[in-house]
Design a protein. Structure first.
Length: 157
C-alpha cells in the first residue's frame, strides 16, 4: 500500500480529460434528440394547386383519375364523390404532441353519367373538430361530486 501512496495513487479512479469530453459529447448528443425536431409533416394526398385548376366541370371520371390519381376515399351514401384529403401537422419539440395547422379536403362530385358536376375545396374553417377517441361516455343529467352527494344524503335524514 505504501508503494501506491508513494506513487500518488489515492485509491480513487481518475477519468482522463479525453474520456470526460467524450462522455459530455455523448450526453449532449443524446439530449439533442429531444429538442431538434421543429418541422412540418404533410400527411395524405399532396395537393398541387396547378393540378386542381385543371379539374373542370364536365370532365369524365377517367380524366380525373389520370389527373389526380386514386382518391383518398369515396362517398358511400348519396351521390358519387371522390375525396382527396391532406393534413399538415407541426411539432415544435420532439416530445410534444403534433398540432394540426392545415387540413384540406378536395372533393370532386360526379353526376349520374360519371361527369364532374362540381368541385369543392374544404379547409379547417369549413369543418368541425371531432375527438374520435375521447374514451368517455356521455351521460344525461348534472355531474355530481362526492361532497355534494354527502350533503344531499345528510339532508335526507
Amino acid at each position: 500500500m505504501e508503494f501506491m501512496r508513494a506513487r500518488g495513487w489515492s485509491g480513487k479512479r481518475r477519468v482522463p480529460g479525453g474520456k470526460k469530453l467524450a462522455l459530455a459529447a455523448a450526453l449532449a448528443l443524446g439530449l439533442s434528440g429531444c429538442l431538434g425536431y421543429d418541422g412540418q409533416v404533410n400527411h395524405g394526398y399532396q395537393l398541387n394547386p396547378k393540378t386542381t385548376e385543371d379539374v373542370k366541370v364536365g370532365s369524365s371520371a377517367e380524366q380525373i383519375l389520370v389527373l389526380l390519381g386514386s382518391p383518398t376515399t369515396t362517398s358511400t351514401v348519396g351521390g358519387e364523390a371522390w375525396y382527396y384529403i391532406s393534413q399538415t401537422t407541426d411539432r415544435g419539440l420532439g416530445f410534444m404532441p403534433p398540432k394540426v395547422t392545415d387540413q384540406r379536403v378536395f372533393a370532386v362530385y360526379f353526376s349520374k353519367d360519371k361527369k364532374v358536376a362540381r368541385v369543392a375545396d374544404y379547409g379547417m374553417e369549413d369543418g368541425k373538430l371531432i375527438d374520435f377517441v375521447s374514451r368517455t361516455t356521455p351521460t344525461a343529467g348534472a355531474e355530481s361530486t362526492f361532497l355534494k352527494g354527502m350533503f344531499i344524503n345528510l339532508l335526507h335524514f
